[in-house]
Structure formats: structure tokens, C-alpha cells
Design a protein around this ligand. Structure first.
Ligand SMILES: Cc1cc2nc3c(=O)[nH]c(=O)nc-3n(C[C@H](O)[C@H](O)[C@H](O)COP(=O)(O)OP(=O)(O)OC[C@H]3O[C@@H](n4cnc5c(N)ncnc54)[C@H](O)[C@@H]3O)c2cc1C
Ligand SMILES: *[C@@H]1O[C@H](CO)[C@@H](O)[C@H](O)[C@H]1NC(C)=O
Ligand SMILES: *[C@@H]1O[C@H](CO)[C@@H](O)[C@H](O)[C@H]1NC(C)=O
Ligand SMILES: *[C@@H]1O[C@H](CO)[C@@H](O)[C@H](O)[C@H]1NC(C)=O
Ligand SMILES: *[C@@H]1O[C@H](CO)[C@@H](O)[C@H](O)[C@H]1NC(C)=O
Length: 442
């Protein structure tokens, strides 16, 4: 019997467990998940909505046999997307919903619902709740888990760290820790009740999917959730101390946080201030990331997947997708080694190499999105990135051959600048005709 411990019952750890349990080697492995949260119901997940991508997240859902379950909660129409600036100028409004059965689609699912689907898919007995791992300790050529309460379990043939950003398993592999990503945010939710008579207006601006606006190093984003409410977030490029202070003194204090936001968004049009005023249950979050290209030496009996392996900021929407792909690959690796009776450890090492290679790509993309979205002249540079990505997806890589001589990025920038300037002019005229904007306060 191969004993495998997974730390963390997040989306990535649960995916790995489910895949191994329904594989051809399920009778030859003993899998236990150790989770810090006290129980299934005591969890407070950060919420929000995730979009799953075909080659990664959706491939894992299919392989786990959870496609039908997933479709019960997935929103294929949730891909509706608008990108704007502080003046309310709309640069992109993508409306059409892709075909339902389309495997090309990137359906949205509430994080909470995805977790439910995954939790239902593994037997509850394999999850040990209220078991916060403190460290992994060596014993012979195997490793044991030591918990915060001092107890120890193991040794195990393999410990997989799926314990997220601040992984304790990773500590045995590298000294590198996540660093502040330079961006922090305040998020909350908006519903009919909290928005009052502004609900129809606010809700209309988001439609079925997302309304993202970027300007001068700040963003305002609103997303439709499965229950019809909206999640809004206000991210910005700021000092870490700023958000840590706010978090320490005002986390959960809606009125104080809204005042701070209204001040920071005072140059933005009234629509955004309405979002702020209508928001409730606000919370602060600094974002962290591991350095692009970070690696570690393989150690026998240990491995990582998901955020523990390659934490990135959420600006390419890849985190959960990349993580579920890790689980897909690691489960296949273990299954193959056990079936063919080859050495598990070198197979796991090869898995890690492939993740290093893949995550450089995801992490770079995320970094480029982050930098362009939060640039001083945002959103203009970001559209160059979008055009480049679309061109590449359709087989016209703009970085290759003669195409690399085309001034595409500059042209796109110029067009966006014109759209923005025209939008600003229109705003000035509307303001003039309507008279001075009404003051908005909390
Ligand atoms: C604000 C925000 C927005 C995001 N938006 C998106 C998005 O749109 N799309 C996307 O793909 N990704 C997004 N992400 C990233 C995504 O949430 C993560 O990539 C994903 O949750 C990673 O899953 P995981 O299972 O590896 O880690 P986690 O979800 O962090 O799960 C780790 C689990 O381990 C447990 N744990 C932690 N420490 C211990 C310990 N010491 N002992 C035992 N258990 C432990 C935790 O309780 C948790 O259950 C976002 C992240 C943030 C912060
Ligand atoms: C599986 O491993 C766990 C943890 O080490 C242990 O408690 C359990 O008895 C094992 N189950 C089987 C069927 O071997
Ligand atoms: C997105 O939101 C902004 C601010 O609330 C608004 O001005 C803009 O018109 C919205 N975009 C669309 C396409 O509704
Ligand atoms: C980030 O950029 C990539 C292209 O590099 C694009 O496909 C993706 O949609 C962007 N992410 C977001 C959240 O806009
Ligand atoms: C927004 O409008 C203001 C006032 O009309 C203008 O000064 C500013 O340049 C505009 N910003 C962008 C990004 O278009």
C-alpha cells in the first residue's frame, strides 16, 4: 500500500485526491487529506467567481467525471465582459455567449459551488479536519507531518503540499517565500438590498458577466455571482504598509473603508461611487506572489501542487486552473509509476520539471497583465496585450517572423488613446449639460 498525505483540502488538493481515488490504482493507495479548517461547514472561502479553462481546469473536471455536476452551477453566459476607464468610456464589450456544450468556453462558477462539487466527490473519511500542519519532519528516507498541536503522523511514502500560498511543505524544499505583489484591494458585495433604488442601474452595468475598469494604477471590477448578487473589488498599486494599516484598523468596518475608497476614487465618474456606496461586507487584501521562474531542488518523498507551488496574483485568472492541471498531471504520474512498477520518485521529479516549465508561462502572463492593468496610463497598454494574446491564439504570433516588425502594440495603444480622449471629451460635455455632479457620500 502506497501511503500518500495531501495537505490542504482546497480545490487543488481535493482534485488530486478525487483523481487518485477513481484511478486504476485506487486499491493500492491510501490517501489522507489534512486540512487546517475546523470542519466542512466552518470554512470561509474568499468567495468570488472563477472561470475554468479548457486545457486545465475543465480538463480536470472532465477527467474527474464531474462534468454534469459542474454544469449544474456553471454559467456559460458569465463570460460577458466589459472593459472601461475611470470616465466610463467603454473599450470592449463582449456580449455573445459561446455555445453551451462548447469545450472552447471558459464558464464561470462560484468558488463556493466548485468547492461543494469537489468536497462531495471524495469520501468524507479521508479528510482530517482541524489538522493544521506545522512542518514536515524527516524520518529515515521518508517524511512525517507534525501538526500545530504537537502531534505527529506518518511516515508517508509521499507528502503532497496543496496547502496554498503559505505552504508548510514548501518550507522543506525552499527558503523562498511569497512577496507582496505591489497590488492590494478592498472587496465587497452588492445586492438588491444594499443598493436600494440604484440596483437596476448598477446591475445593468455588469450584465451577466463582468465590468472591469482600469485607470491611473487603480481598478474597479464587478462580477455577477451565481445567486444574482455582485462582487465588487477595488484594487490598486500601493505600498504594503497602506493596506496592512487599513486591515489592522478597519477590516470589516464598512463605513470607514467606503470613505477611504470614495477619497481614492474621487476623480472617477459617479457610477463608480455608486458601486462603493452600495457595497457591503468589505474586506482588505494585499496580494502575494512567488517570483517568476522560481524553482527548488527535488526531495524524495515530497512534492507540491497549486498555489503552494506557484502562487501568482489573480490577474490572468490562471491560479485555480494551473493548480488543477498540476493535480491532473501528478495523479497520472503516480498512476503510471504504480502500474508499471517504476520508481515513483523520479516520476515525481519529472512532474515537477514540467510544472516549472509551464508555470513560467502562466506567471509571466500574470505579471504582464498586472503591470499593464495597473500602469499609470492604463488601460491603454493592456489592450496591446489582449490583441497579442488573441493573435497568438488564432495562429498569428506577433512576436515571430515578419510580424514582429509590425507596430501593432503602438497602433493599438494609439487607437485606445483616441477612444479614451474622445470619451473624456464626451464626459466633459455631459457634465456641462447636466450641471455639476451631485456629491456622493456614505
Ligand atoms: C482575490 C483573489 C481572486 C482570485 N481570482 C481567481 C480567478 O479569477 N481565477 C483563478 O483561477 N484563480 C483565482 N485566484 C487564485 C485561486 O484562488 C487559487 O489559485 C486557488 O485557490 C489555489 O488552490 P489551492 O488548492 O492550491 O490553494 P487554496 O485554495 O489556498 O487551498 C489551500 C487549502 O489548504 C489549507 N491549509 C493552509 N495551510 C494549511 C496548513 N498549514 N495545514 C493544513 N491545511 C492548510 C487551507 O485551509 C485551504 O483549504 C484568486 C485568488 C485571490 C486571492
Ligand atoms: C490510511 O492511512 C491513515 C493515515 O496514516 C491511517 O489512519 C489509516 O488506517 C490507513 N487506512 C488503511 C485502509 O490502511
Ligand atoms: C461599466 O461600469 C462603468 C462604471 O460604473 C460604467 O460607466 C460603464 O458604462 C459600464 N460599462 C458598460 C458596458 O455598461
Ligand atoms: C491576461 O492576459 C492574457 C493574455 O496574455 C489574456 O488571455 C487574459 O484574458 C488576461 N487576463 C485577464 C484577467 O484579463
Ligand atoms: C478622463 O476625463 C478627464 C476629464 O474630462 C480627463 O482629464 C482625463 O484625461 C480622462 N482620462 C482618460 C484616461 O481618458
Amino acid at each position: 500500500m502506497l501511503t500518500i498525505a495531501i495537505t490542504g483540502a482546497g480545490p487543488v488538493g481535493l482534485t488530486l485526491a478525487r483523481l487518485l481515488l477513481q484511478s486504476s490504482i485506487s486499491s493500492q493507495v491510501n490517501i489522507t487529506i489534512y486540512e487546517k479548517d475546523a470542519s466542512r461547514t466552518s470554512r470561509h472561502s474568499p468567495g468570488g467567481t472563477l472561470d475554468l479553462h479548457p486545457p486545465t481546469g475543465l480538463a480536470a473536471i472532465k477527467k474527474m467525471g464531474l462534468w454534469d455536476e459542474f454544469c449544474k452551477y456553471a454559467r456559460f453566459e458569465g463570460e460577458e465582459m466589459r472593459i472601461c476607464d475611470l470616465n466610463g468610456t467603454v473599450y470592449i464589450h463582449q456580449t455573445e455567449a459561446p455555445p453551451i456544450e462548447g469545450f472552447e468556453a471558459r464558464p464561470e462558477i462560484d468558488r463556493v459551488r466548485l468547492m461543494e462539487v469537489l468536497l462531495e466527490s471524495v469520501p468524507n473519511e479521508i479528510i482530517r479536519w482541524d489538522r493544521a500542519v506545522k512542518e514536515v519532519v524527516h524520518e529515515g528516507d521518508r517524511w512525517k507531518l507534525k501538526f500545530e498541536d504537537g502531534s505527529v503522523e506518518g511516515p508517508f511514502d509521499l507528502i503532497v503540499g496543496a496547502d496554498g500560498a503559505w505552504s508548510k511543505v514548501r518550507k522543506a524544499l525552499t527558503d523562498v517565500e511569497p512577496s507582496y505583489a505591489g497590488i492590494c484591494g478592498i472587496s465587497g458585495s452588492i445586492d438588491k438590498e444594499s443598493a436600494g433604488d440604484k440596483w437596476e442601474h448598477i446591475s445593468g452595468m455588469v450584465g451577466k458577466g463582468n465590468n472591469f475598469s482600469y485607470s491611473y494604477g487603480q481598478s474597479a471590477m464587478a462580477q455577477r455571482m451565481g445567486d444574482g448578487t455582485l462582487r465588487c473589488s477595488f484594487y490598486a498599486r500601493r505600498e504594503r504598509e497602506w493596506i496592512e494599516d487599513l486591515k489592522a484598523n478597519h477590516d470589516g468596518d464598512d463605513v470607514a473603508l467606503k470613505r477611504v475608497l470614495l477619497e481614492k476614487y474621487k476623480d472617477w465618474i459617479a457610477d463608480f461611487k455608486q458601486w462603493i456606496v452600495a457595497a457591503k461586507d468589505l474586506w482588505c487584501a494585499p496580494l502575494f506572489e512567488l517570483p517568476v521562474g522560481h524553482r527548488f531542488e527535488h526531495k524524495m518523498g515530497l512534492s507540491l501542487c497549486g498555489d503552494a507551488f506557484h502562487l501568482m496574483s489573480p490577474f490572468a485568472g490562471e491560479g485555480v486552473n494551473a493548480g488543477m492541471k498540476d493535480s491532473l498531471d501528478l495523479a497520472a504520474t503516480i498512476e503510471k509509476a504504480v502500474t508499471e512498477q517504476t520508481e515513483l520518485d523520479s516520476a515525481v521529479k519529472a512532474y515537477e520539471e514540467s510544472v516549472f516549465e509551464r508555470s513560467v508561462k502562466f506567471m509571466t502572463e500574470t505579471l504582464v497583465n498586472k503591470t499593464t492593468m495597473y500602469a499609470q496610463d492604463a488601460p491603454y497598454p493592456f489592450f496591446g496585450v489582449i490583441v497579442g494574446a488573441i493573435a497568438k491564439e488564432t495562429g498569428y504570433d506577433l512576436k515571430k517572423g515578419w510580424r514582429s516588425y509590425l507596430p501593432v502594440t503602438r497602433t493599438v495603444y494609439g487607437v485606445c488613446w483616441m477612444v479614451g480622449t474622445f470619451g473624456a471629451l464626451r464626459r466633459r460635455i455631459t457634465d456641462m449639460l447636466r450641471g455639476k455632479q451631485e456629491a456622493i457620500a456614505v
